[in-house]
Design a protein around this ligand. Structure first.
Ligand code: FES
Length: 222
C-alpha cells in the first residue's frame, strides 16, 4: 500500500493509503471515542456512532471507523460539529445503561468512563430520562457473568464469537429499545455451546461481560 501523510489535530502523521482513519489515529496516540470497532473486521459495523470527526472539505462529520486515510487529509477530532454528535449519541446510550460504577468490576477500565472524560460529559444523562431495561442477569456460566443492562450493543462479542472463533453463542434479538444481545433461544450461557475461551470478555468495552473471580477486566485493544 502506498505511503501517505495526513494531519490529525495538527499532528503530521504517516500512514498507508486506505488504512482506517480510526486505527491510524489511535496508533498515533490520538484518542477517538469508539465502542464497536474491531481492528480485524474489514467491514466496520459503525453501530455506536461515537467516532465522529471532521475532515476538511467535508460538509458533515464522518465516522472515523468507516473512513479511510488519503494523502493530504486534514482531520479535526475536536471540532464542535463532531463533538455535538458524539455527545448526543453518548447521552442516548447512557439513558438506557444501568449505571453502577461503584460496584462494577469494569470500573476504571470501562470505555464509557473514558469516553465521558474525553468529551466532558456526565455518565448520567443531563437531558434525558433514564429508562432502565431491568433484564435478567445470566450468571449460569462458571467463569463469567453477562449483564444485558450494561450492554451497549456494540456487537464485538457477537463478532469475535462468530468470526474469530467460529462458534457463535451470541446474537442480536428484537428491535429498537428491546434490542438485546442474547444466546440462541435465550438459553442460559452455561447451556449453550460456549467453549469457555472468554474472548467475549476481553472485547467487551463495558461491565456487561465480566469474570466472576475478579480477574483483570481491562479491555483488550481491538
Ligand atoms: S467505532 Fe465507529 S461507529 Fe462505532
Amino acid at each position: 500500500m502506498k505511503s501517505i501523510s495526513l494531519t490529525i489535530d495538527g499532528k503530521r502523521i504517516k500512514a498507508r493509503q486506505g488504512e482506517s482513519l480510526l486505527w491510524v489515529a489511535l496508533d498515533n496516540g490520538i484518542y477517538i471515542p469508539n465502542l464497536c470497532a474491531i481492528r480485524e473486521n474489514p467491514e466496520p459495523f459503525a453501530a455506536c456512532r461515537l467516532c465522529f470527526v471532521e475532515v476538511e472539505g467535508r460538509e458533515r462529520p464522518v465516522t472515523a471507523c468507516t473512513e479511510t486515510v488519503t494523502e493530504g487529509m486534514v482531520v479535526n477530532t475536536r471540532g464542535e460539529k463532531a463533538l455535538r454528535l458524539v455527545r448526543s449519541g453518548f447521552e442516548l446510550l447512557m439513558a438506557s445503561h444501568h449505571l453502577d460504577c461503584a460496584h462494577c468490576p469494569r470500573s476504571g477500565s470501562c470505555e464509557l468512563q473514558k469516553i465521558a472524560k474525553h468529551i466532558g460529559a456526565k455518565l448520567k444523562p443531563k437531558h434525558l430520562r433514564v429508562l432502565e431495561r431491568n433484564l435478567p442477569i445470566d450468571d449460569s456460566h462458571p467463569e463469567f457473568i453477562y449483564d444485558p443492562n450494561k450492554c451497549v450493543l456494540c456487537g464485538r462479542c457477537v463478532w469475535v464469537c462468530h468470526q474469530r472463533l467460529g462458534v457463535g453463542i451470541f446474537g442480536f434479538a428484537h428491535r429498537g429499545f428491546e434490542r438485546v444481545v442474547t444466546t440462541f433461544g435465550d438459553e442460559p450461557i452455561a447451556a449453550s455451546i460456549c467453549e469457555n475461551c472468554t474472548e467475549c470478555i476481553s472485547v467487551c468495552p463495558t461491565g456487561a461481560l465480566v469474570f466472576k473471580d475478579g480477574k483483570s477486566q481491562s479491555v483488550k485493544e481491538q
